[in-house]
Write a protein that binds this ligand. Structure first.
Ligand code: ADP
Length: 375
């Protein structure tokens, strides 16, 4: 339609130009002479065929002009149609069809628009999914926390209720009740404390107080501080470091928390084990690997991928009176990743190893080579 209308308009324009030019030539003898001279001077062949009559010139120019205008109008209309199509697709997506993408391939800039729109939709969907995941994980966090707080709180209320209702026979019994309530209250406090640290460490902008740290010295101090407890459980702790001192830039207090947790886990869960080893291994100029190993009961294969999840406790640990919150390893993982490193675990009948890769320089992030936990 657009093409036909354009052609009709152009024909009318051509006709009016012809009429105007004709009129001008008829009424202007000077112009006629000029045209005559040009006509005589432009010819081809031995027969002096005169190429140029003014009608010829005019017709050639007009045809070129007309074809140009028709082409330009049609191309413009075609682009408009493509744009309308794209807008239609956009409305379709905006109406909730988020798994739809603009399917057609076009040429040039329009294709770039289509590609950009499709990738924009992809990233919007990805961030909506991420938002939903975070929302869901917050709900789970609240459910877990309320469950874990309710259990000791019920005991506390129960025991204090017995005292309040004078349901005791001796002072000894009161002491027993208050003792239980006290230990349950401490359990609640440790959960709240862990939770506080966990949420703090999850924030990627948590400030670290970075200083140069002597890793060997730190491990020796940690081993010394656990020696007594290990001795009571019939276990020993050894430290293996290279001859050269190993230094890294890190937050000593936060890293200390990580290793404290790993060593106390080794003592708590390494049932039947005899030995805990802390190993320091500078694998390159940029990276140090520190591992905490213990023998004794292994972590079941199915649990290996989950021990770093918050509130996750291997089934057997739940039933035992180890008193954990299931947040220790989640905190350890967050602290290690705040330092730009990564942590993983391997466990078999002989050994359970928690391995930490840390960058030597602060601000450097190490590429995680450990894709899946191994058994
Ligand atoms: P918590 O110690 O509070 O339960 P963690 O996050 O520190 O929580 O540990 C999660 C679970 O991983 C523990 O409940 C335990 O079952 C398991 N685990 C951790 N360290 C070891 C270990 N060295 N040997 C065996 N199991 C372990």
């Amino acid at each position: 339609m657009e093409g036909i209308v354009t052609v009709v308009i152009l024909l009318l324009v051509n006709l009016s130009v012809i009429v105007i030019l004709n009129e001008m030539i008829q009424t202007n003898p000077g112009l006629q002479d000029g045209i005559f001279i040009i006509k005589r001077s432009v010819f081809i062949g031995p027969t002096h065929y005169q190429l140029w009559s003014w009608e010829n010139i005019f017709i050639v120019l007009m045809v070129i002009f007309d074809v140009g205008v028709v082409y330009w109008r049609l191309i413009r209309r075609y682009h408009q149609m493509q744009l309308r199509h794209i807008i239609g697709e956009l409305h379709y997506i905006a109406n909730g069809h988020f798994d739809h993408r603009i399917p057609f391939t076009l040429k040039g800039d329009t294709q770039r628009v289509v590609t950009s729109v499709n990738s924009l939709v992809d990233s919007v969907i990805a961030s909506i999914d991420e938002e939903r995941r975070i929302e869901k994980s917050k709900d789970e966090l609240i459910t877990n926390v309320s469950h874990d707080l309710r259990t000791p709180l019920t005991s506390i209320i129960g025991y204090l209720g017995l005292i309040e209702d004078h349901q005791y026979h001796s002072e000894e019994e009161i002491l027993k009740y208050t003792n239980t309530a006290f230990s349950k209250a401490k359990q609640m406090k440790s959960l709240v404390d862990d939770l506080f640290v966990y949420t703090k460490m999850r924030q990627t902008d948590t400030p670290l107080s970075i200083a140069t740290l002597d890793v060997d010295q730190m491990m020796e101090q940690l081993a010394a501080s656990f020696e007594l407890e290990a001795g009571e459980k019939g276990m020993s702790i050894s430290v293996e470091t290279p001859d050269e001192p190993v230094h890294i830039e890190a937050d000593a207090e936060k890293l200390g928390r990580v290793f404290n947790n790993l060593i106390s886990n080794a003592l708590k869960y390494g049932e039947g084990g005899k030995h805990i080893a802390l190993r320091v291994n500078p694998v390159s100029d940029d990276e140090v690997v520190i591992s905490v190993e213990n023998d004794g009961q292994k972590i079941p294969r199915a649990a290996l991928g989950q021990v770093f999840e918050r509130f996750y406790r291997v089934e057997e640990s739940r039933s035992k009176a180890t008193g954990g919150t299931g947040l220790g390893l989640a905190i350890a993982q967050s602290i290690v990743s705040l330092h730009g490193g990564y942590i993983y675990v391997t466990s078999d009948d002989e050994l359970t190893r928690f391995v930490i890769h840390l960058p030597v320089k602060n601000g450097v992030k190490i590429k995680n080579q450990q894709v899946k936990p191994t058994h």
